[in-house]
Ligand binder design. Structure first.
Ligand SMILES: NC(=O)C1=CN([C@@H]2O[C@H](COP(=O)(O)OP(=O)(O)OC[C@H]3O[C@@H](n4cnc5c(N)ncnc54)[C@H](OP(=O)(O)O)[C@@H]3O)[C@@H](O)[C@H]2O)C=CC1
Ligand SMILES: O=C(CO)COP(=O)(O)O
Length: 314
């Protein structure tokens, strides 16, 4: 039995009652854990909800992470409480990842990243899926692995939290590009080229953050790239698909259910690329498209007409 190592049920608090927080809450509840979901509309105070929490999991959209982390800091917690972050974004002010924000607020606590090819609608339908929990604290990652693992949700551990986190974050920009590719009916060869070169670009950015290259070839990188670049369930893919049909970003976001983090992430990546002088051509064209500086067809032409070069700089 997967959960036989858990002697007692854990007290799990999930911050953010959106699509992903709700799906994760269901997974932990099915495994017999005490789960409390919190959102800013909650009638209970955060301090009350957090009492006796063994695990605090944040599934808050990127725009709320800094505020919620500082709110949590004002509440009292056991020193053993483990933080888990499931947000896929980057902070526009500091370019930090969510796990870096949580770790800075709680330097003495274990912080675990949870990320993988996990379209929440499919998880809610109890379809099989796999994910990764990553931390410098192996025992904490293993505890989180046990809390969420089941016959329909296979959880792997990984020692590269920032790599795992960036896989899930950076693929959102590529999912927008993939949506454009499908929306323009560019074919299977074009999609394969886009996703593969997109992965190269993700590795290039990841290495700046100190992430390991091999992490990007696992579930949280390539795995999530394949899921979101090929599924209309992905909000980021939907943004690209609808941009290709001629809608404006404002129109698309107004009707989109939930958060498409790739829009903000793309802007943050442009800052990083300018500061670090690294080429991220696909991200740059997605950015120009989101800013309405180019049409989808112009963005495609820009990518196809770049200088020819070796596939790898070996
Ligand atoms: N949905 C999915 O398939 C998956 C999503 N993710 C990631 O999880 C994160 C959440 O996604 P998802 O649940 O889909 O998004 P939703 O838009 O459904 O929910 C977002 C949640 O964040 C909360 N929130 C937003 N802004 C603030 C703020 N300023 N202060 C406090 N709370 C805030 C919302 O609260 P309120 O209801 O009060 O607005 C809501 O609970 C994203 O980073 C996403 O990339 C990761 C894997 C899968
Ligand atoms: O991250 C996700 C699946 O792993 C969800 O993707 P979207 O945010 O694009 O819907």
């Amino acid at each position: 039995m997967i959960n036989s190592k858990i002697e007692n049920s854990k007290s799990v608090v999930i911050l953010g009652a959106g699509a992903w927080g709700t799906a994760l809450a269901k997974l932990a509840r099915v495994n017999g854990h005490q789960v409390r979901l919190w959102s800013r509309q909650d009638s209970q105070t955060l301090a009350t909800v957090l009492q006796d929490a063994d695990i605090v999991l944040s599934a808050i959209s990127m725009k709320g992470v800094t505020d919620v982390a500082s709110l949590v800091k004002s509440c009292s917690l056991s020193p053993q409480t483990i933080f888990v972050t499931a947000t896929k974004g980057l902070d526009p002010q500091t370019t930090r990842t969510p796990s870096q924000i949580w770790q800075a607020e709680f330097p003495d606590h274990a912080v675990v990243v949870l990320s993988g090819p996990n379209l929440s609608k499919e998880i809610e339908q109890e379809l099989p899926a796999a994910t990764v929990v990553a931390s410098k604290n192996t025992a904490a990652a293993e505890m989180v692995q046990l809390v969420f693992s089941s016959s329909r949700f296979r959880v792997y551990t990984n020692p590269d939290p920032v790599g795992v986190e960036l896989g899930g974050t950076l693929k959102n920009v590529m999912a927008i590009a993939a949506g454009v590719c499908d929306g323009l009916h560019l074919g299977t060869n074009a999609k394969a080229a886009l996703v593969t070169r997109g992965l190269t670009e993700m590795v290039r950015i990841g290495n700046i953050f100190g992430a390991k290259t091999e992490t990007f070839y696992g579930l949280s990188g390539l795995g999530d790239l394949l899921a979101t670049c090929n599924s209309p369930l992905s909000r980021n893919y939907q943004v690209g698909y609808q941009l290709a049909s001629g809608k404006t970003l404002t129109e698309i976001l107004a009707a989109l259910p939930g958060t498409a983090e790739g829009v903000n992430t793309c802007r943050v990546l442009m800052q990083i690329s300018q500061q670090q002088n690294i080429p991220i051509p696909i991200t740059e064209q997605v950015y120009r498209l989101l800013e309405a500086e180019v049409t989808p067809q112009e963005a495609l032409d820009e990518l196809m007409l770049r200088d020819i070069k070796p596939e790898y700089n070996l």
